[in-house]
Ligand binder design. Structure first.
Ligand code: CP
Ligand code: NVA
Length: 311
């Protein structure tokens, strides 16, 4: 993530395990200081502005980046794709070079991963991937923080995914390679993990197992993870509902995981679709800690991108 010295945060696979661990440690320290009420002393980004470009809806990402940047002393600017000249055909390259003259970092949510990469190529300030159709690295940084708070170091542990092999899962695959945990993926064949991603994981020496059987995937798992059946951009494909019913996380599937397994979901959730209310609102669910940790994880990411907090 450091082409010509600019610290982009585009995908977990671009980083070494040590770099990611440094960012996570910073996030945990920033969180601990906030808990002690030391927010006022923790403002290294005074005078810095983050542009937040949203081409798609968001609740968590938008609010956590906005609040996180402000808590670090910085300012934010909310831009939606349709309100920008980008929506009228201005190139991403020109947009990147113009924004780079005004702001200190750019966060972008856009389905087209290639356009996000193009923005980063032309921007001379850090670009942060806030979700594309391909990946969601900020989410998985928060998820790693959450897993380790609840269950200890993730190295050598087992995470099971049951559902659509989507953007969130792709970032879990990247994380499995960097943090040395086992990732078991259960997905319908029609919606399974892209082969190039599996090839990448294999080449990295990651332990990523793919199955069509949700029960096989969760066997012995320390965390069971799922996501919505219909991601942004998939709204026209209602066929996926039928395919994904066998991957719903219900109490019976949770009972097949390790006894103290946690349930994780990036949210927004659809009770009765990918997960039952009993599980997501039950004692094993850590979804709101996970949502909260978006704030802390991203403060670590912002600090890294903007070389604050000694990073
Ligand atoms: N998990 C997540 O990225 O949520 P939002 O779409 O609300 O940002
Ligand atoms: N997979 C979902 C995640 C939303 C945060 C989507 O892409 O819509």
């Amino acid at each position: 993530g450091t082409g010509h010295g600019t610290r982009h945060f585009l995908d977990l696979k671009d980083f070494s395990a040590e770099q990611l661990r440094t960012v996570l440690d910073a996030a945990a320290r920033i969180k601990a200081r906030r808990r002690k009420g030391e927010l006022a002393e923790d403002r290294p980004l005074i005078g810095k502005t983050l542009a937040m470009v949203f081409d798609r809806p968001s609740t968590r990402t938008r609010v956590s980046f906005d609040v996180g940047m402000r808590e670090l002393g910085g300012e934010t600017l909310m831009l939606t794709g349709s309100e920008m000249q980008l929506g009228r055909g201005e190139t991403v390259g020109d947009t990147a070079r113009v924004l780079s003259r005004y702001v200190d970092a750019i966060m972008i949510r856009i389905l087209d991963h290639g356009l996000m990469l193009e923005l980063a190529e032309y921007a001379t300030v850090p670009v942060i991937n806030a979700l594309t159709k391909v990946s969601h690295p900020c989410q998985i940084m928060a998820d790693l923080l959450t897993f380790e708070e609840h269950r200890g170091p993730i190295r050598g542990r087992t995470v099971a995914w049951s559902g659509d092999a989507n953007n969130v899962l792709a970032s879990w695959v990247h994380a499995a390679a960097r943090f040395d945990f086992t990732l078991n993926i259960a997905a319908p064949p029609e919606l399974s993990t892209p082969q190039p991603l599996l090839d990448w994981a294999k080449a990295q020496g990651a332990t990523v197992n793919v199955t069509t059987d949700a029960y096989a995937a969760v066997d012995g798992a320390d965390a069971v993870v799922t996501d919505c059946w219909v991601s942004m951009g998939d709204e026209d494909d209602q066929h996926r509902h039928n395919l994904l019913v066998p991957y719903r996380v219900d109490a019976r599937l949770m009972a097949a995981a390790a006894k103290d397994a946690i349930f994780m979901h990036c949210l927004p959730a659809h009770r009765g679709e990918e997960v039952t209310a009993e599980v997501i609102d039950g004692p094993q669910s850590v979804i709101f800690d996970e949502a909260e940790n978006r704030l802390h994880a991203q403060k670590g990411i912002l600090a890294w991108c903007l070389r604050a907090h000694g990073l």
